[in-house]
Design a protein around this ligand. Structure first.
Ligand SMILES: Nc1ncnc2c1ncn2[C@@H]1O[C@H](COP(=O)(O)OP(=O)(O)OP(=O)(O)O)[C@@H](O)[C@H]1O
Length: 241
């Protein structure tokens, strides 16, 4: 089977600082893939390269069998960045309409998609408010809604639930699982939070620009002989250093 995302021998430096070192990943269609690691590990840099916003110095990245960066794939990738890129003078609804038009959705589809994504992130009641008046968590939720607006095959979500309350976090994760199970979406999520990592099908632990270890949560717990995912990360780090 052709993987949905393939990262091969990727290296990246900013100036003299190496940020990614020989990274390899293969992500099949319909997988919920977690990239976990401490701040500064290189997770954002890696996902930006998969989206096509950054270029690898060496190595290759293929998405849906095409080499990245590739503008033709924009429609197929929903990306939620760590910092919100929103038009704060517009309302939530106007932001969603803007992105929906950018992706060429017709008026009827726009209406249906906006209603769906807004309800998913619990923003239906706030759609008419200007984003300038949104809280940090509401902005995160709107960014997530925008990532989903064009119904992309692939979702790349950089810390999607930071600043979101526990109840909504649970319902958002439930939706990720539904999107994967029922719609076959391929989803990459970066997180610091181990209880989110265990919900993924497959996890890669990143530190200092390298993949320390990877596997399903069950495999990793067995490999490091612990039920505690925090401990898996610590033990993986010790083994490498
Ligand atoms: N545009 C840039 N120019 C220079 N250095 C950068 C740039 N972007 C990232 N870095 C550096 O690369 C390293 C990896 O950053 P990155 O944002 O990928 O980490 P991260 O794992 O996503 O961390 P966090 O969880 O805090 O977002 C950091 O040391 C960061 O300072």
């Amino acid at each position: 089977m052709v993987p949905t995302i393939k990262v091969e021998d990727v290296n990246k430096s900013y100036g003299k600082k190496p940020v990614l070192n020989g990274v390899n990943l293969t992500i099949p269609k319909g997988q919920l893939f977690g990239l976990i690691g401490p701040s500064g590990a290189g997770k954002t840099t890696l996902v930006k390269m998969i989206v096509g916003m950054e270029k690898a110095d060496t190595g290759t990245i293929q998405v849906l069998n095409q080499k990245m960066p590739n503008l033709g794939l924009l429609q197929e990738i929903g990306y939620m960045a760590q910092s919100d890129a929103l038009y704060v003078e517009l309302t939530g609804e106007e932001n969603l309409k803007f992105f929906a038009s950018l992706f060429g959705l017709n008026k009827d589809v726009q209406k249906t998609r906006i209603a769906y994504v807004a309800s998913l992130v619990n923003l239906t009641e706030d759609l008419k408010k200007r984003v300038a008046a949104y809280s940090g968590g509401m902005k995160r939720r709107l960014s997530l809604a925008i990532a989903l607006i064009q119904d992309p095959k692939i979702l790349i979500l950089d810390e999607p639930t930071v600043g979101i309350d526990p109840e909504l976090k649970l319902s958002i994760w439930k939706e990720f699982l539904r999107l994967k199970n029922e719609e076959g979406k391929t989803i990459i999520v970066t997180t610091h939070v181990m209880d989110e990592a265990v919900k993924c099908d497959y996890v890669a632990m990143v530190r200092d620009g390298r993949i320390l270890t990877s596997g399903s949560p069950t495999e990793l717990k067995a490999l490091y002989e612990t039920d505690d995912f925090d401990e898996v990360f610590l033990k993986a780090g010790v083994k490498q250093s």
